[in-house]
Design a protein around this ligand. Structure first.
Ligand code: GEK
Length: 241
C-alpha cells in the first residue's frame, strides 16, 4: 500500500535537492498520481502499445521504471518468449520493486536492473518506455541516449516518451504552470507543498519544448513521431522505428 505524500507538507528551513530515496519510494504511487495529469491514461496506453508492438522473442525496456507500474501492465500482455527489462538507478526504488514482484500476477519474465540507463545497452527491442525519465538527464546527453535506444530497436518497434514540457511563449508557460498547480491543489497539495517541491526539483528536472523532443526523435531515425497526449505541461509521444 502506498502512503499519502506528505514530504513537503511542513516548512523546511532549507529545501534540499529532490532524491528518489526511501522516503519518496514510500509515497511514490500517491505522489505521481496526484502530480502528473494523465498518468493513469498514459499507463493504460502503454499497455495497449504492448499488444500492438511487442514481437515474439524480442525484448521490452522500461527505462526509469520506478516501482514498475508500466512493466507490470506490459508483462501481462506479452508471451513468455519476451523479456521485459526494468531499469532504474535508484537503489530504494529497485529494492522496493524486488519486494513487490512476487505479488504481481503471472506474466513474461522480468529482469530488474539497478543501473543508470546511460550504462544500459538496449538490444532487440520492440517496445521501449521512457515514461517521465528523460527529463532527469542533462539535456546535452539526450540526443546520445535517444540515438542509442533507436539503434537497439527492431524495425516496426515503438518508443513511448512522456515528459514534462516547457513553452517558448511566456504566456503559454505561465498558463500551463498555473493550471498544473491548480491540478495539484485540487488533488490535495497545499501551496507550501507545491512551492517546496518546485524548488527541490528545479535543477534536476529540465523540461524541453515538445517540438525539441519531436525533432530529436526524427533526427534519431524514427519513421513516425506522433505526439498523442498533452495535458497542460505534460506530453507523451509514440515514435515508431
Ligand atoms: C512510471 N516510469 O511509473 N537512469 C535510470 N533511472 C533514472 C535516471 C537514470 N539516469 N534518472 C532518473 N531515473 C515511471 C515513473 S519517475 C518520474 C518515472 C517522476 C529514475 C528515477 O530514479 C525515478 O525512479 C524515475 O527515473 C522517474 O511509469 O518521478 O517524475
Amino acid at each position: 500500500m502506498s502512503s499519502r505524500d506528505d514530504i513537503y507538507s511542513v516548512p523546511l528551513t532549507t529545501v534540499g535537492s529532490f532524491q528518489f530515496d526511501s522516503d519518496v519510494v514510500r509515497v511514490f504511487p500517491d505522489m505521481i498520481a496526484r502530480s502528473v495529469p494523465g498518468y493513469a491514461s498514459i499507463l493504460s496506453v502503454i499497455e495497449q502499445l504492448a499488444v500492438q508492438y511487442v514481437q515474439p522473442g524480442s525484448s521490452v525496456w522500461d527505462l526509469g521504471c520506478s516501482l514498475g507500474a508500466a512493466t507490470r501492465l506490459i508483462r501481462r500482455r506479452v508471451d513468455s518468449s519476451v523479456s521485459v527489462h526494468a531499469v532504474d538507478n535508484s537503489s530504494a526504488m529497485i529494492q522496493r520493486l524486488q519486494q513487490l514482484l512476487p505479488d504481481w500476477e503471472p506474466g513474461a519474465p522480468v529482469l530488474v536492473t539497478e543501473s543508470d540507463l546511460r550504462q544500459v545497452q538496449v538490444t532487440n527491442a520492440s517496445l521501449v518506455v521512457l515514461n517521465l525519465t528523460l527529463q532527469f538527464l542533462p539535456p546535452e546527453e539526450r540526443d546520445g541516449v535517444i540515438g542509442g535506444i533507436a539503434a537497439g530497436m527492431l524495425p516496426g518497434g515503438a518508443l513511448l516518451l512522456s515528459e514534462k514540457i516547457c513553452f517558448e511563449d511566456p504566456r503559454q508557460q505561465e498558463l500551463m504552470t498555473k493550471l498544473h498547480h491548480d491540478f495539484k491543489r485540487a488533488h490535495g497539495y497545499s501551496d507550501l507543498e507545491i512551492a517546496q517541491k518546485r524548488s527541490a526539483i528545479e535543477n534536476m528536472l529540465i523540461p524541453e519544448p515538445l517540438q525539441r523532443h519531436v525533432q530529436r526523435l526524427t533526427d534519431a531515425g524514427f519513421s513516425a513521431v506522433i505526439p498523442w497526449f498533452q495535458c497542460f505541461n505534460f506530453a507523451s509521444i509514440i515514435a515508431v522505428r
